[in-house]
Design a protein around this ligand. Structure first.
Ligand code: HEC
Ligand code: HEC
Length: 246
C-alpha cells in the first residue's frame, strides 16, 4: 500500500515537474527576477527559526540514506549528490524548494513530502544532522583531458565572489559549498542552471555563466571538483562508515 502510493505520487510529481518546466521556459529572465530568487517565506523561514533536534534528525535521515547513503556522500558517478558538510541554510532552502516544486527532482520528491518525513520541524532536524556528518575524502573528479589551469582562471573571474576562494560557499547568503562535490552531479546542475532548467537558481549566476561553452564548463567544474576540502571537514578515510547506522 505504501509502495503503491509512493509510485502514484512519483508519476504525479513527474507530470507536475514537466508542466512546471514548460511554464518556466516560456517566462523571461525579467519575470524570474521579479519573482525573486530566494524570496523565502513558508517552510524555509519556519525551518530556519526552529530549534533542531539532532536525534529526530537521525530518525528522519534514515529515509534519505537509501539514496544519499548513511555517510551522506551520495555516489561518485553523480546520480546522488553528497549532502554531508553542506551549509544547513543551503540544505533547508534546497529541501523547501524541492518540496515546493521549484526544483525538479522526481526521484526524491515523494520521499521529501510532509506525509513521508514530517513538517518544517523535520526539515530543521534533518538538515542539522546532515551538516555535521564528515565529508567524503574521495569525491568524483573530472576527466583527465580537462584544462585545470584554464578552469582555475574561469573560477577566479566568474565564481569566487559567490562560492568563495576554496569553494566553501556562503551560508548566510544561501550560496552552496561546492568543493568536494561530485563532478558529474555538478556538471548536471551547472548545465541546468545555465540553460534555465533549475528554476530556483540565482539569476545573477545564470547571467554570469550564460556565455560558457561546454568545454569552459568541463574545465571550471573539473577545477572545482579538485579543490582540496579542509582536512577537519573530511572523514578519516574513504572507508569510514557512519557509526550512527551500526
Ligand atoms: C529516491 C532517492 C532519494 C531519496 C530517498 C532522497 N533523495 Fe535527496 N536527492 C536525490 C537526487 C537524485 C538528488 C539530485 C537531483 C538533481 O540532480 O537535481 C537529490 C538532491 C538532494 C538535495 C539537493 C542537494 C544540493 O546539493 O543541492 C538535498 C538537500 C537532498 N537531496 C536532501 C534529501 C533529504 C534530506 C532526504 C530525506 C528526507 C532525501 N534527500 C531523500 C535522491 C533522493
Ligand atoms: C551571483 C552568485 C553566483 C555566482 C557568480 C556563481 N554561483 Fe553557482 N550558485 C549560486 C547559488 C545561489 C546557487 C544555488 C542556487 C539555488 O538556490 O538553488 C549556486 C549553485 C551552483 C551549483 C550547484 C550546487 C549544488 O549543490 O546543487 C554549482 C555546481 C555552481 N553553482 C557552480 C558555479 C560555478 C562553477 C560558477 C562560476 C563559473 C558559479 N557557480 C557562479 C550562486 C552563484
Amino acid at each position: 500500500m505504501k509502495l503503491k502510493s509512493a509510485i502514484t505520487m512519483l508519476a504525479f510529481s513527474t507530470a507536475l515537474a514537466v508542466n512546471g518546466f514548460a511554464l518556466a521556459s516560456s517566462q523571461s529572465d525579467e519575470h524570474a527576477k521579479a519573482a525573486g530568487w530566494n524570496k523565502g517565506g513558508g517552510e524555509q523561514d519556519a525551518a530556519l527559526t526552529l530549534k533542531a533536534d539532532l536525534e529526530n534528525g537521525l530518525d528522519v535521515y534514515e529515509v534519505c540514506s537509501a539514496c544519499h547513503l548513511p555517510e551522506g556522500w551520495g555516489t561518485k558517478e553523480g546520480t546522488f549528490p553528497q549532502l554531508s558538510g553542506q551549509h544547513r541554510k543551503v540544505l533547508i532552502k534546497q529541501l523547501a524548494d524541492i518540496r515546493a516544486l521549484n526544483r525538479d527532482n522526481p526521484t526524491m520528491y515523494p520521499f521529501a513530502l510532509p506525509e513521508s518525513i514530517g513538517d518544517e520541524q523535520a526539515i530543521a532536524d534533518v538538515t542539522a544532522y546532515i551538516e555535521k556528518i564528515p565529508m567524503n575524502p574521495d569525491n568524483g573528479k573530472g576527466p583527465a583531458t580537462a584544462d585545470l589551469a584554464k578552469g582555475k582562471e574561469l573560477y577566479k573571474v566568474n565564481c569566487v565572489k559567490c562560492h568563495g576562494e576554496i569553494g566553501e560557499g556562503d551560508a548566510d547568503k544561501f550560496y552552496p559549498k561546492i568543493a568536494g562535490q561530485h563532478y558529474n552531479y555538478m556538471i548536471r546542475q551547472f548545465e541546468w542552471i545555465r540553460d534555465g532548467k533549475r528554476r530556483n537558481a540565482n539569476p545573477d549566476m545564470v547571467e554570469q555563466i550564460k556565455g560558457f561553452s561546454d568545454q569552459d564548463m568541463i574545465d571550471v567544474i573539473s577545477y572545482v571538483a579538485a579543490i582540496p576540502v579542509p582536512k577537519e571537514d573530511l572523514a578519516p578515510s574513504k572507508d569510514w562508515l557512519n557509526p550512527d547506522f551500526d
